[in-house]
Design a protein around this ligand. Structure first.
Ligand SMILES: [Zn+2]
Length: 356
């Protein structure tokens, strides 16, 4: 087996897959580890526990190695219960072990796509989302989150659960668009996406306070067959009181919750919570977080008091900015190709090879 540093010609992305714990368990038929100089320093079969002792890594409870190791498995490697293609860099930092998967970029794109989009989507929609995922990843790698890794393998960036169960449709969508990214005036675009816009996408400026020319609101009725195009959430009195408490208003019998501000696309921007003479206006996003993202699926919502609580009705799921995934699928089913889909949700951009 070649030392990982000998692997050439493939672009990699560094994904934090485990951090904040004192040890990490690696699994594989044969597990090998190299030091930063490329020298083989340890080998084991089956399972190895790596612990952090201050700034050094302890191999299987015995040998003390340096602060950085590169591990790989034959035929493959598991980190916890994630199956990883490529190698894993392990770092000891203040008594904790960080595991950073160094994944070939295209394998990462297929793996993320498999967690972020349904397999039943049209191939052109999956191809469009693959390009968005890749663009996000390449952009993140250009501005790493940490000197040791580019992205976090969770919703903070994009969900990466390893290579288990990545269906062929996701690999095909990735292969078909290999190396393609979205650019705006030559720069990588910020290709954000969401499940369902509910009729109209949102301006980036309304959500993040910064206007981005290619992330401006677009009308979209192609997501009308999404299961969350319209939704309703019955918030009980108990739940409303919990949310009010969480947001800093002690709830009495006169608790009221109402939308008091909206963005130009009609999404809630402010929510007022009042009770017993205390009134507080919060960002609608804070209200959504406190009520639960799976309950209040988007800010395109109305809140109406009803007997025993509130009826929250809304449209779409997610922040609404950028590519609408169900809209992309609707467009694909009408015959649109992935380029047309991308240019609709990221207007004014171009789709080009990763290295022009
Ligand atoms: Zn839509």
């Amino acid at each position: 087996m070649a030392s990982p540093s000998e692997v050439r010609g493939t672009r990699f992305i560094r994904v934090l897959i485990s951090g904040g714990t004192p040890d990490v368990v690696l699994g594989g038929e044969t597990i090998r580890a190299w030091g930063p100089d490329g020298r083989l320093v340890a080998e084991a079969a089956g399972r190895v526990t790596l612990g952090a002792v201050g700034g050094r890594i302890r191999w299987n409870g015995s040998r003390l190695l340096g602060d950085t190791l590169d591990a790989a498995g034959v035929p493959d490697l598991r980190v916890g219960n994630r199956y990883v293609v490529g190698r894993v860099r392990l770092l000891a930092r203040k008594g904790e072990v960080l595991a950073v998967a160094v994944v070939p970029l295209e394998s990462y794109v297929a793996a993320v796509l498999s967690r972020e989009a349904p397999a039943r989507f049209h191939p052109e929609a999956l191809a469009a989302i693959a390009v968005a995922v890749r663009t996000y990843a390449v952009g993140a790698a250009a501005k790493p989150r940490d000197p040791a890794y580019d992205v976090v393998g969770s919703v903070e960036d994009q969900v990466f659960d390893g290579m288990d169960g990545v269906a062929a449709v996701f690999r095909e969508a990735t292969d078909r668009t290999r190396g393609l990214v979205v650019r705006y005036r030559g720069e990588l675009a910020r290709t954000v996406y969401h499940s369902t816009c509910g009729g109209r996408t949102e301006d980036a400026g309304s959500v993040w306070g910064k206007d981005i020319p290619y992330l401006r609101s677009q009308f979209c009725d192609d997501c009308a067959d999404s299961p969350v195009y319209r939704w309703e959430y019955r918030m009980s009195g108990t739940e409303g009181r919990r949310v009010a408490t969480a947001l800093g208003v002690p709830p009495g019998t006169d608790l009221s919750i109402a939308v008091t501000g909206r963005t130009p696309t009609g999404r809630a921007s402010r929510v007022r919570i009042s009770s017993g003479g205390v009134s507080m206006e919060v960002q609608a996003a804070e209200f959504r977080k406190a009520a639960g993202y799976a309950n209040v699926r988007s800010l395109k919502m109305e809140i109406v008091p009803v007997a025993g609580g509130w009826r929250v009705t809304g449209e779409g799921w997610g922040h609404g900015v950028g590519l609408c995934q169900f809209g992309a699928n609707g467009m694909a089913r009408r015959g649109a190709g992935f380029r047309e889909i991308l240019l609709r949700y990221y207007p004014g951009t171009e789709i080009t090879g990763e290295t022009p």
